[in-house]
Design a protein around this ligand. Structure first.
Ligand code: AMP
Ligand code: GLY
Length: 425
């Protein structure tokens, strides 16, 4: 089979490496891909949001299957365009991707179908939003409705900060049109868990749980980023909690999307908070998480290609999706300054890797046979081991063997997970 993977980050590198384990994957194309992915796929350049380019590439290389990984092409309807041309895809159509594309949509869906989430109100009128934050309990969470590169969520401790958040989103359009509607939400507390799932619209199969580390610096200090590291499984997510989530969140969500005439086929990502009152949905994503994928897929023992085909063909119920009982950790090496300004163009020296070690390249270009840094998050150093402490040690040992000027990483990826394991004992 010839497969086209749309996207060009660490997540796509992990998807491509996993797809390649299936012998049927004879050729993989990546659009755009990146300098590191080029070792595993034919990189086509262009842009992940260029729908005509994706359709043209699918035709030109006569691909049999397309995986659309990032949120923006999904929300823009890339899957619909490719399917209309006869190219089978893994990923939701535009109608279903709205579950991530609009927070107002997903909040209203949860309210209508009784899926547990933070209490909220939606506003399109700035004066009404300001009146709401003047009266609500603090802290309060203010969210831009649309995609805002993960930055459209502000947790406000004071009334002035909340008023400022509303004004900057709705008045100054800090996040562009994403802020024409805002959601004002109750502040929840508790450990966060990411659960990615495969679903064909009828059946939902959760993958190994994981934990992201969103802040740039150790001890959850510094700015929010795309994610500085992950561990899987997440020790806060016990079997009992998993059973509650299946009954109260996963199945009801799949059924709700079907009932709305928007069946979801692809990877549905549940961002959960384990509050003292039970699990709550913080957000849905219509795609694999990054860098969650870099720890979840190395634990998948079944063929990813087979599972993705089963999702597309509506036969997930009859397909085995098996995860190993092992643990994984991914440490992101970023360019100093990320998520703000950073320099790029430094050569990356990559070591040899053992079977359970993976280097997933996120932001790099190839120039004159050399791999050069080209992004904020440059790569992920991931390792699998029998236990979580061993996986964390191995991932850091791998990260320490990788060199480029101005590299930095968090030194505490997995620390909270280890503390949770200690408390369980
Ligand atoms: P989101 O983009 O909706 O995932 O939000 C980004 C981050 O903001 C989440 O991962 C949480 O850490 C935090 N967050 C979002 N909503 C809430 C909430 N209602 N209460 C507390 N923290 C929240
Ligand atoms: N790591 C969080 C996300 O992919 O949205």
């Amino acid at each position: 089979m010839k497969i086209l993977v749309v996207g060009g980050g660490g997540r796509e590198h992990a998807i491509i490496k996993k797809l390649k384990e299936d012998k049927r994957a004879e050729e993989i194309y990546a659009l755009p891909g990146n300098g590191g992915i080029a070792a595993d796929a034919v990189c086509l350049g262009s842009s992940a949001t260029d729908i005509p380019a994706a359709v043209a590439a699918a035709r030109r290389y006569a691909v049999d299957f397309v995986v659309v990984a990032p949120d923006d092409p999904l929300v823009l309807g890339m899957v619909d365009a490719l399917e209309a041309e006869g190219f089978p895809c893994f990923g939701p159509g535009k109608d279903a991707a709205v579950i991530e594309g609009s927070k107002a949509f997903s909040k209203d869906l949860m309210k209508k179908y009784g899926i547990p989430t933070a209490a909220y109100e939606t506003f399109t009128d700035m004066d009404e939003a300001l009146a709401c934050v003047d009266a609500c309990p603090l802290p309060v969470v203010v969210k831009a409705d649309g995609l805002a590169l993960g930055k459209g969520v502000l947790i406000c401790e004071t009334r002035e900060a909340a008023r400022e958040a509303v004004r900057s989103m709705m008045g100054d359009r800090m996040f562009g049109d994403s802020g024409s509607t805002v959601v004002i939400e109750e502040f929840l507390t508790g450990p966060e868990v990411s659960v990615l799932s495969f679903t064909d619209g009828e059946t939902v199969v959760p993958m190994a749980s994981s934990m992201d580390h969103k802040r740039a610096l150790d001890n959850d200090q510094g700015l929010n980023t795309g994610g500085m590291g992950t561990v899987a499984p997440n020790p806060f997510y016990t079997e009992e909690i998993a059973a509650v989530c299946m009954e109260k969140i996963f199945l009801p969500t799949i059924r709700a999307m079907k009932a709305e005439g928007r069946p979801f086929r692809g990877c549905l990502y549940f961002g959960l908070m384990l509050t003292p009152n039970g699990p709550r949905v913080i957000e849905y994503n219509c795609r694999f998480g990054d860098p969650e994928t870099q720890v979840v897929l190395p634990l998948l023992e079944s063929s990813l290609l087979e599972v993705m085909l089963a999702v597309r063909e509506g036969r997930l119920a009859d397909t085995e999706v098996k995860f190993s009982g092992k643990s994984a950790c991914c440490v992101v090496l970023a360019s100093a300054g990320y998520p703000r300004k950073y320099e790029k163009g430094f050569p990356i020296a990559l070591p040899e890797t053992a079977a359970d070690e993976h280097i997933y390249i996120a932001g790099a270009v190839e120039k004159d046979g050399k791999l050069l840094t080209n992004g904020g998050r440059v790569l992920g150093a991931a390792a699998v081991a029998e236990t979580l402490p061993a996986a964390i040690d191995r991932a850091y040992a791998l990260a320490d063997r990788i060199h480029f000027d101005n590299a930095f990483c968090r030194r505490d990826i997995g620390r909270r997970a280890l503390e949770a394991l200690e408390e369980k004992k």
